[in-house]
Design a protein around this ligand. Sequence first.
Ligand code: CTP
Ligand code: ZN
Length: 157
Amino acid sequence: MKEFKIQPIKNGTVIDHIDSGKALKVIKILGIDENVSSVVSVVMHVQSSKKTYKDIVKVEDRELNPKELDKIALIAPNATINIIRDYEVVKKTKVHPPERVKGIVRCANPNCITNSRTALDTMEPVEPEFIVESVKPMRLRCVYCERELENPEEHLI
Ligand code: CTP
Ligand code: ZN
């Protein structure tokens, strides 16, 4: 029999196969805080296979936008996105980290043009952009200063 750790939902999005321990980061990416207006369920450290564990986040009555999906792909590259309508999974997709990410993480180099005060004050701000050099482990390189960004999940915008 299929075991549900938490109840199935009627409508919304289930983010499944999140790397164990990352659920709270996913919650943050979705901007879920004390002002949340839909039901959100979080399961952490549920057994996924014999040796692996996963987290699951279920957000009722909401679908995710492309920017949110790109951010989730950066911190949980194994995640699947299940769209639920009337209790059925109507769409299942794996997140796929894009080849380039624009405007979702900030460069850690304080001298990078994307962090430049003068640039911010006097011209159009330069939107941070990175090339995704590898996914496992996640390696991002700044298009502007070419510095590799350590721990991209700490620099989400
Ligand atoms: N789910 C849910 N509410 C529903 C239907 C499904 O919360 N009404 C959840 C399930 O608990 C599961 C995820 O959505 O976490 C995907 O459901 P399903 O495709 O039925 O499960 P699996 O076949 O196990 O998915 P996968 O093959 O992607 O592991
Ligand atoms: Zn940079």
